[in-house]
Design a protein around this ligand. Structure first.
Ligand code: ADP
Length: 585
């Protein structure tokens, strides 16, 4: 009964059904008023033909028509107010629901989806759906109700003439089907291109520095123009189609009007119909022009809306891959972990490509582990498994002796301070960035975290200090400053486990040493895991693991590994040599 393509909207329509009912009632009233015009005019003509014209009669008819038009106008206003209003309400709900849904999706979704595509769906497609819910409903209801009412009156006047008037109707329904399908297809192609353009624009703005550095502005402008031209070309195919739809519909109507004039005139001549009835019938035909034009709109709005709904629904159908297992008991969110981490026979693959093999490793609570190894050996992947950015076999990552999947995700992540390799700052103040995960943090807490990350003095040298706006993605800060702000953001949450994924790569060795010394104090009794390339940084860790091609090939303290003459001791000797050379030069 309910169109399948609109099914995703059902909950929203249900929620606002009262408004739609009211809208429907107003549509009935408005058309009930409007449909009275032809009979009033018809009757007046017949009356005046029979009993003579008088100014008084004309005045009364004019007054009645005015009253009818006034009533129609009031209901027209009410319909717009209620129906367009409710479409905005649903748009509001849809946008919120979409955002909430997107916030819950896993890392992997964002890896395979372009931001511009999501943005296009959340704006442009949402707009098309709103049009469907507001004007789409309004025009459909008006067209259906008015045509039904008019049909009743017209049948009352003459069955035969009504039959002729509606003779082109089967052709109209074929036209609607033909155009509807094509509008849908073309609009899908238009929206896909709009997504492409949005994605391209978004990538250009984010990558503006690279584009400048490689002087690729002109090339980018040209390629954008090509995409833009394709978008317009696709849009024009729809314009042409719509350009054909209206004349086709109006031709059908014109055909009906000619039939009515010709055959109706004959009826009058034969005395089977009065002039008044004939006029009334023709007035109905004129009044039907608008519903027919609206029909064109309805087809357009409906097809666009459903095409966009499919696109939005694709996003809504995405399931977060990493969620709480059903049997995870809700635990108090503030519950603290001790911080004993264990990887047990861990294997991990990205879409079937194995990356980590047979990892067995234990990091006792309160200790520190450094991970070193060549690029691509799987270091980032390994630490990403701790806060469940990716999931692997159940039971292969344990914290405090329990598989991490048995902890509520929110609680697990609240206990882990994770600083990824690429820092991301929000375009807000430094204070807001540091206190991002700790909304209740006081100024004192923010300062403490900044000090622990060894960035406080630099922030305090800025004119606006902690209120300095860092620009989009923190563009106004240096790489090292961004990294330290990100560390402060992790520390302020007082995590039981701190994970630094090469998070100090942009600071010099001395600063790195300073920060790590400080961190040792701050993280006393807590677990720290950090990835680094610098032996000087790594050497003080309680344990060091060397990862190579996804396997742990060396494990122990600095001294243990030096004596092994393996990857680590090579790295150590190389860096020692580099330092000596640096001192000499
Ligand atoms: P490291 O941190 O040691 O440089 P990574 O853990 O980043 O290594 O990467 C290990 C391997 O996994 C690399 O071969 C890399 O290409 C691959 N890899 C990393 N991330 C992904 C991903 N999201 N999807 C598919 N492969 C990935």
């Amino acid at each position: 009964m309910f169109p399948k393509s609109l099914r995703p909207l059902l909950p929203y329509l249900k929620k606002y059904r009262r408004s739609y009912w009211w809208g429907g009632i107003f549509v009935l009233f408005m058309n009930a008023a409007w449909v009275l015009v032809p009979p009033i005019v018809g009757r007046a003509i017949d009356d005046m033909r029979e009993a003579g014209i008088s100014l008084h009669k004309i005045g009364i008819v004019a007054l009645v028509l005015l009253l009818v038009s006034g009533t129609k106008a009031i209901f027209q206003f009410l319909i717009r107010w209620v129906v367009i209003g409710v479409s905005r309400e649903i748009e509001f709900d849809l946008r919120n629901d979409l955002f909430r849904h997107l916030e819950g999706l896993s890392h992997s979704f964002y890896q395979r989806t372009r931001t511009g595509d999501i943005m296009a769906k959340a704006t442009n497609d949402l707009n098309a759906v709103r049009m469907l819910l507001g004007p789409g409903f309004m025009y459909t209801a008006n067209t259906v109700v008015f045509t039904a009412f008019a049909l009743g009156f017209m049948l009352h006047i003459s069955h035969r003439l009504t039959f002729y008037a509606f003779l082109p109707l089967p052709i109209v329904s074929i036209v609607i089907q033909y155009f509807g399908r094509r509008i849908h297809e073309r609009f899908e192609r238009i929206q896909a291109m709009f997504s492409e353009i949005s994605a391209r624009a978004q990538e250009n703005f984010s990558g503006v520095r690279i584009i400048r550095a490689y002087a690729q502005e002109d090339a980018e402008i040209a390629s954008f123009e090509t995409a833009n031209r394709e978008y317009i070309a696709r849009s024009l195919t729809l314009v042409r189609l719509m350009g054909m739809l209206w004349p086709t519909l109006e031709t059908m109507l014109g055909l009906a009007i000619v039939l009515v004039l010709w055959l109706g005139g004959r009826e009058v001549l034969l005395g089977r119909m009065t002039v008044g009835q004939f006029t009334a019938f023709n007035t109905f035909m004129v009044q039907l022009t608008w519903p027919i034009i609206a029909l064109g709109w309805v087809i357009n709005i409906f097809q666009r809306g459903t095409a966009s709904l499919v696109r939005i629904n694709q996003l809504m159908q995405e399931q977060p891959e990493i969620v709480d297992a059903p049997n995870v008991k809700a635990q108090a969110p503030e519950q603290q972990l001790t911080g004993d981490i264990e990887f047990r026979n861990l294997q991990f693959s990205y879409n079937g490509t194995p990356v980590l093999h047979d990892i067995n490793l234990r990091v006792p609570a309160g200790s520190s582990l450094a991970i070193v190894g060549p690029t691509g050996s799987g270091k980032t992947t390994l630490v990403s498994l701790i806060p469940r950015i990716y999931d692997t076999e159940p039971g292969s990552v344990l914290i405090d002796g329990k598989p991490i999947r048995e902890y509520p995700l929110a609680m697990l992540r609240r206990n882990i301070g994770f600083v990824p390799q690429e820092t991301f700052l929000f375009g807000e103040t430094i204070r807001e960035n540091i206190a991002f995960g700790a909304p209740d943090a006081t100024d004192h807490d923010v300062r403490w975290a900044a000090e622990a990350a060894n960035i406080a003095s630099e922030i305090e040298d800025f004119p606006e200090q902690y209120k300095t706006i860092v620009g989009e993605r923190g563009i106004t800060l240096s790489g090292g400053q961004k990294q330290r702000t990100a560390i402060a953001r992790a520390l302020i949450r007082n995590p039981r486990i701190l994970v630094l994924d090469d998070a100090l790569s942009s600071v010099d060795t001395q600063t790195e040493d300073k920060i790590l010394n400080h961190l040792r104090e701050v993280m006393q009794g807590r677990t720290t895991i950090f990835i680094s390339h610098r032996v000087s940084t790594v050497r003080n860790a309680d344990h060091i693991a060397v990862l190579h091609s996804g396997r742990i090939v060396e494990f122990g303290t600095h001294e243990d590994l030096i004596s092994k003459n393996g990857y680590y001791s090579d790295l150590y000797n190389k860096q020692l040599l580099e330092e000596e050379l640096a001192e000499v030069s």
